[in-house]
Design a protein around this ligand. Structure first.
Ligand SMILES: Cc1cc2nc3c(=O)[nH]c(=O)nc-3n(C[C@H](O)[C@H](O)[C@H](O)COP(=O)(O)OP(=O)(O)OC[C@H]3O[C@@H](n4cnc5c(N)ncnc54)[C@H](O)[C@@H]3O)c2cc1C
Length: 351
């Protein structure tokens, strides 16, 4: 089937009137250069540039929000809106010869993720209640207290006082995109460190994504919030992530102007800087950076203790087995190796 040629802004939906695109495609916050263009032609150009120029460092750079914005495929909005079909992307990928082993690794990685795309969507389709309830039913009351609106507001607006976290949130707000690792970190911080029930943050974050795809979003949200009962619970240290993924603080300085004047010594933990320096820096840019919402180390310790107590208070196995049976990947397919020597032999699809 031919790719649709219309621009995204001109798509019409199944309803009587024009299809209302989510507001984040056109909010006042965005400048055109920061937001991806819709339409199948820009989508094809994006795929081309990934396969021939941008994608070589894909696996090395994908975890960094700044370089990952270039090195990742950025196909997600096109796949979500259908301006590129997943089948067409996979066929093009499998027909491309990898110039060397580094490229071959990038192609294999993209191939794997395209499968994840469908795998995660299938989870929501086969158990739609997971939009509202914990997938693992024993986790329905993990967060027994109601959501704290003020905490969620600080989180979603990039005002936590944790510089790297705020930089990620503000970048997401301006561009509609952030890389996978940072999405996972933002969610884990909300569910663990800030101990918020995941439903409201999931809704708020979905509104920010230009590539919002409910099946991936809710499956991932629950995985990163520890409510699937079958995945390892991963708590990210926001300061470690900051030092690992933005060692020279460039990304922070770009998105958190209050911290623009801070040196590398203090940029990751500005609250540790001498008071006089903090005052001077705030005065320089006319705005003081917000105090941290919590001590990240203590918050992680508290969350671990709560989670451990919760897990030990019940038998999680029967429900975990049900989930594994219903949702775990059954795929036994051998994927192409994208060997340097020639194009893949497997170019047909089996779904
Ligand atoms: C909490 C959370 C929410 C997410 N919500 C969404 C969402 O609403 N829509 C969305 O498309 N992705 C979502 N993702 C997955 C992933 O972060 C994005 O697909 C990716 O960052 C998009 O950028 P890209 O196209 O450059 O990805 P690439 O790394 O270039 O991957 C290519 C394509 O593979 C698929 N893909 C990549 N990673 C995953 C993954 N972990 N799970 C499933 N499919 C994947 C996507 O279709 C993506 O466009 C979410 C991840 C997390 C942790």
């Amino acid at each position: 089937m031919a790719e649709p040629q219309s621009q995204v802004s001109a798509l019409t939906g199944p309803g009587p009137g024009p299809f209302e695109l989510p507001s984040h495609w056109a909010t006042q916050d965005m400048t055109p250069c920061e937001v991806q263009s819709g339409g199948s032609e820009p989508g094809k150009a994006l795929l081309d540039s990934f396969l021939t120029e941008r994608g070589r460092e894909y696996t090395r750079q994908m975890s960094r929000p700044e370089s990952g914005a270039q090195a990742c495929s950025r196909l997600s909005p096109h796949l979500a809106y259908g301006t590129l079909s997943l089948r067409a992307v996979l066929q093009r990928l499998r027909a491309t010869e990898a110039p060397d082993s580094v490229w071959a690794r990038s192609y294999r990685s993209l191939d794997k993720r395209l499968h994840w795309h469908c795998h995660f969507i299938q989870k929501l389709e086969s158990e739609p209640r997971m939009e509202f309830e914990a997938l693992h039913r024993d986790f329905l009351d993990l967060h027994s207290e109601p959501a704290d609106d003020e905490v969620i507001e600080r989180w979603i607006e990039g005002q936590t006082g944790w510089p790297f976290v705020d930089a990620c949130m503000r970048a997401l707000k301006a561009t509609g995109w952030i890389n996978f690792r940072m999405r996972a970190m933002l969610v884990a911080l909300s569910s663990y460190h800030l101990w918020q029930p995941w439903q409201t943050p999931a809704h708020r974050l979905a509104q920010r994504f230009v590539d919002y795809e409910p099946g991936i979003h809710y499956s991932q949200f629950q995985m990163q919030s520890g409510t699937t009962g079958i995945n390892v619970n991963r708590m990210y240290n926001p300061i470690k992530q900051s030092r690992d993924q933005d060692p020279d603080g460039r990304f922070i300085r770009q998105w958190v102007p209050e911290l623009a004047g801070y040196s590398d010594d203090w940029i990751h933990e500005p609250w540790r800087a001498p008071q006089a320096l903090q005052r001077r820096m705030g005065a320089q840019v006319g705005k003081h950076y917000v105090a941290p919402i919590a001590d990240p180390v203590q918050a992680a310790r508290d969350a671990k203790a709560r989670l451990t107590a919760f897990i030990h208070s019940r038998d999680l196995k029967p429900e975990a087995q049900r989930i594994l049976k219903q949702h775990a990947s059954q795929m036994r397919q051998t994927r192409p190796k994208y060997a340097k020597s020639g194009p893949s032999t497997q170019q047909t699809l089996d779904f």
